[in-house]
Structure formats: structure tokens, C-alpha cells
Ligand binder design. Structure first.
Ligand code: PLP
Length: 432
């Protein structure tokens, strides 16, 4: 990115965020000011219509393939979000027992849930089997042995895919690349065929295919082409060795445009799947998280004060709410909610939170209209890896969440109370 895109450009590129001259910024059909008036700030706002539209676009792109969408729950695990995607037709990709239980609580059938994760415990594997999940993505020989023992002891058969590590660099931030040989994920490519053969002979295990997930926020097709070509090559090698392979779980990772860069194109992604797997006769699973839900959420915040002769704009939202800038140096668009402010000429400011860490900075040298105390801003594209990564650091209660659906909206999480912050903490007797 050269110059930061202006507030007007960011809004113009996001049709689900129309700017109204009087009401200010809307999400779908609801003025964000109305939600902030009712719930205060900071507050998360998600758009159900936006999520559905994104799901439909991806589903349409995949229509010519035998491909199934399993929404990656970790991107945003609110029950209402899971309900929206479940109703749209998605299954779920979960990485813990908690996510499995959330998905089921939201009404997603276990037969539509796949279980990924590098360190599933015996307890989690047992729960997955008892609940009849569709597929377990096995990431190591040790997990395979553990699962076989549990399945055999309970008289069940686990449908598994082996997650391979294709040793492909997805070219994203080092903390979110997962498909390189030096990452902790998956089974080394060179060892996968032998392990697959071994799995086929294990009690309680039915290997049906392969899985791979090379990273997140991927904007170029090249790493997908490279990784999927390796997976397809392994499918052919396994079959040549007499082993049955009927499924490839292609993971997620589709990136979105946080600034003015284009997001990944689902149509181009479908082309990559087709190029690698068409003609192989395998069914495909895809596990997008960020692409489906990221653009559908904003974090609304108010200006607490401006200090340093106008240099620092301090918001009432902080890194405990949205950690991506502090953790991944992530860039998020930040736009005024007021139409007048969004049009005004900007001055370069650092937009920061009130937490006692210098890392608590949402943006540096960002052009923003001069804002008064109490003015509201929307931090854009915060629907994925936003509220799910929040903490209560600095004893800051978790922010409330509102769900918009066209012209309607509802509170889907209340602001956490202060008392709830220490709920569950106990004082030992010896402290009196
Ligand atoms: C995190 C994750 C996903 C989703 O990644 P996105 O970048 O949000 O699409 C999919 N599959 C697995 C195994 C994951 O760990």
C-alpha cells in the first residue's frame, strides 16, 4: 500500500456500509449511531445480511465442484453468527471441544462438523466420536494412535483425513502462515503416504482423504496452486499404491482487502480448486473464516480525548477489544461515523487505546478529520479475529455485540459487568 485510502474511498468500496448525510454511517440498513446510543461504546456490530451475501457468493463460485463449505468457527464463534452460516447451508470447522459444542448449540448438525487442530486431547477426541462428528483431521502419528485406541475401545470408527504440511509459504504474516515445514502444523509431506497406509490398517480408523491449510489472509493464488498440486499428487500416489482416497479438505485462508487492495476472489479460488482436483473424483471441503465474516463486522468506538497537541486520538476501545493491530501489525480502516467528519480533510494522527502498553495503537500517522471528544469512529473489517480474541486486560469488561439484519437489529451480547470480571475468583481462607 502506498498512501492510506481515504475514509471516503474506504466507505465507497464497502456497499454494506452506506453513508447517510444525516444519520451518518449505516451497517446495512441500521445507523451505527442508533446502536451506539443504545449500547454505548465500544460495541461490535455484525451484519447478518452481509454474511449471507458473502456465503452465497462463495457457494455460487463453488457450484460446479463437489465442494462443501465448513465455516471456520474460530474467526467468529458467536452463536448467532454460527446460526446465520448454518442456516445458509454451511457446516463448521472447529478446533476445540468448546467450538464443537458452540456449533452444535447453534444448530449445526454434528454430521456437518469437521475437527481440526494440532493438539486435540484424548478427552476432545472422545467427545468428537461420541457426538458423531463428520471428520477428524489428524495432524500427527501420536494423535492417530490415540484416536485409534479411543475409537476401538468405544466400538466406533472415525472417518479421518490426514493433514499434510505441503511446505508451501503462503506469503502472509509469519504468525499466520501454517503450511511451511518449520510450522507446527500437519504431517511432513514425505511421511504422509506411509502414515496413510498405516492408518488404513488401524482399528477404529477409516482414512478417507487428505487435509491441508496453509495459512490465513492469503491474497495471491500462487500458494494455493502450489499446495493443491502437491495434495493432488499425493492423492494419485496413494491410489497408485492401492489406497482409497475420496476427499480433500482444502482448508481456508482466503484473504480480504483491509485497505484498498482487492480481497481474494472466490471465483479465482474455485478455479484453483478445479485446476488441481477436477477429474480426480474427490469431494472437497473448504474452511473459510475471515473471508466470510471479516468485512461483515465493525468495532464502534468514541474519542475519549485528544492529546499531544492533536497528535494522539485516544479511543474508548483498546487492544483488549481488537488485538490484531498490536499482535499482527494489522491495518484496519478507521472512519468517522458522522458524514461531515468523513468528508472533512484529514490530519495525521495516531489512533490509540487507553491500555497501558505502547502496542495499544490502532493506527499510526493516519489521516483523520479533527475529532472532538465523544465523536464516534468505526474500525472496519473487524468481524473476524476480533471479538473472539478479546480479553479483559486492564479489567476492561468485554464489549457488547449487536447483530444487524437489513433494517432490524438486536443485542446479541450485553456489555460485561464489572462484577462479572471477578466472578469465579475465590479468596483463600488463609487471607482472611
Ligand atoms: C484458522 C483455520 C481456518 C480458517 O482460516 P481463515 O484464514 O479465517 O479462512 C481454516 N482451517 C483451519 C484448519 C484453520 O486452522
Amino acid at each position: 500500500m502506498t498512501a492510506d485510502p481515504s475514509a471516503a474511498d474506504l466507505i465507497a468500496a464497502r456497499p454494506h456500509l452506506p453513508m447517510h448525510a444525516m444519520d451518518g454511517l449505516l451497517l446495512e440498513g441500521v445507523p451505527l449511531n442508533a446502536i451506539a446510543d443504545a449500547l454505548g461504546t465500544p460495541v461490535w456490530v455484525y451484519g447478518a445480511g452481509t454474511m449471507r451475501a458473502r456465503y452465497r457468493r462463495l457457494a455460487a463460485a463453488l457450484a460446479g465442484l463437489d465442494a462443501h463449505i465448513h465455516y471456520a468457527v474460530k474467526a467468529n464463534d458467536h452463536l448467532a453468527v454460527l446460526r446465520v452460516f448454518g442456516q445458509a447451508g454451511a457446516g463448521a470447522d472447529v478446533v476445540s471441544e468448546g467450538e464443537m459444542r458452540r456449533a452444535m448449540a447453534a444448530g449445526i448438525a454434528p454430521a456437518r462438523i469437521v475437527f481440526s487442530g494440532v493438539g486435540k486431547t484424548a478427552h476432545e477426541l472422545r467427545a468428537a466420536l461420541e457426538n458423531g462428528l463428520a471428520q477428524i483431521n489428524v495432524e500427527s502419528p501420536a494423535e492417530l494412535e490415540m484416536l485409534s485406541a479411543i475409537a476401538a475401545a468405544t466400538g466406533r470408527t472415525a472417518e479421518i483425513v490426514l493433514r499434510i504440511n505441503p511446505d508451501v509459504d503462503a506469503g502472509t504474516h509469519a504468525k499466520i502462515t501454517t503450511g511451511r515445514a518449520d510450522n507446527k502444523f500437519g504431517i511432513p509431506y514425505a511421511e504422509a503416504a506411509a502414515l496413510y497406509r498405516h492408518a488404513a490398517g488401524l482399528p477404529g480408523i477409516a482414512p478417507v482423504g487428505l487435509a491441508l491449510h496453509i495459512g490465513s489472509q492469503i491474497l495471491s493464488l500462487a500458494p494455493y496452486h502450489a499446495a493443491y498440486a502437491r495434495a493432488a499428487e499425493l492423492v494419485r500416489a496413494l491410489r497408485a499404491a492401492g489406497l482409497a482416497v475420496s476427499r480433500v479438505d482444502c482448508g481456508g485462508g482466503l484473504g480480504i482487502g483491509y485497505g484498498d487492495e482487492a480481497g481474494a476472489s472466490p471465483e479465482a479460488f474455485a478455479g484453483a480448486l478445479s485446476r488441481a482436483f477436477a477429474g480426480l473424483g474427490v469431494s472437497l471441503i473448504v474452511e473459510p473464516g475471515r473471508w466470510l465474516v471479516g468485512p461483515a463486522g465493525v468495532l464502534l468506538a468514541s474519542v475519549v480525548l485528544v492529546k499531544g497537541h492533536g497528535r494522539f486520538v485516544v479511543l474508548d476501545a483498546a487492544m483488549n477489544d481488537l488485538v490484531r493491530p498490536a499482535m499482527y501489525d494489522a491495518w484496519h480502516g478507521i472512519v468517522p461515523v458522522s458524514a461531515v467528519d468523513a468528508r472533512a480533510a484529514g490530519v495525521a494522527v495516531d489512533i490509540v487505546g487507553p491500555v497501558c502498553e505502547t502496542g495499544d495503537t490502532f493506527a499510526r500517522s493516519r489521516l483523520l478529520a479533527p475529532l472532538r471528544e465523544g465523536a464516534r469512529v468505526a474500525i472496519l473489517d473487524a468481524g473476524a479475529y476480533g471479538a473472539v480474541m478479546s480479553s479483559t486486560y486492564n479489567a476492561r469488561p468485554l464489549a457488547p455485540i449487536a447483530l444487524v439484519d437489513g433494517e432490524r437489529w438486536a443485542t446479541i451480547r450485553e456489555r460485561q459487568s464489572h462484577a462479572a470480571l471477578w466472578e469465579g475468583e475465590t479468596m483463600p481462607d488463609f487471607l482472611g
